[in-house]
Write a protein that binds this ligand. Structure first.
Ligand code: SAM
Length: 172
């Protein structure tokens, strides 16, 4: 499967700290390669890198990157998540699986140019809700959830358990 990148636009460091962190972590859990965030936020970068260093994988984060910059050299399809878009179940069938995708998620009002530039404007239901929920449901539909239990080779690996917590710490 091709690579998945996330572009988070409209991030306000004070107000959106938790939501953007959860967008980044949910995208990582669902198999994305990395996230771009439009407003510079070094604390956010550090928090995500700390999770990656403990739990593994090669997920990247770069903040202070406008959506125009992020897609300028991007070779693949741009998917914009919006409640006004076409149905996700129908869109997923049309989005090529052999090309990378960049998924744009907003915070407050999204500029009209994003709708025009996107190859696919995709809704996850036509009700307004959350960028975390919309992105997670879209990525689950797009990937079939195949990355959720992948071994990321981290210092810490959580083993699924019916009860209690099983964590394996890698020996150096
Ligand atoms: N009111 C804003 C606008 O008009 O663009 C959207 C605000 S919403 C809280 C933040 C983001 O969540 C949106 O930009 C979109 O990416 C995502 N989102 C919210 N509801 C959605 C839905 N039903 N389908 C797809 N994405 C959705």
């Amino acid at each position: 499967m091709a690579d998945i990148w996330i572009m988070r636009i409209g991030h306000r460091p004070e107000r959106d700290k938790r939501v953007t962190t959860h967008v980044a972590l949910a995208a990582r859990a669902l198999g994305a390669k990395g996230i771009y965030v439009d407003t510079e936020d070094l604390v956010l970068e550090e928090n995500i890198r700390s999770v990656v260093s403990r739990f593994g994988g090669d997920y990247t984060i770069k903040t202070g990157v406008s959506w125009n910059q992020a897609i300028k050299n991007f070779n693949g399809k741009v998917v914009h998540l919006t409640m006004y878009g076409q149905r996700a179940d129908e869109a997923v069938a049309k989005i090529p699986k052999d090309e990378d995708i960049m998924v744009i998620v907003g915070a407050e009002k999204v500029p009209a140019e994003v709708y025009q530039r996107a190859d696919f404007n995709v809704s996850v239901g036509n009700q307004p809700h959350s960028e975390i929920a919309a992105m997670a449901i879209f990525l689950y539909e797009f990937t079939g959830g195949v990355h959720l239990y992948e071994d990321r080779g981290g210092e810490m690996t959580v083993i699924p358990n019916e009860r209690g917590k099983t964590v394996v710490h890698k020996q150096e």
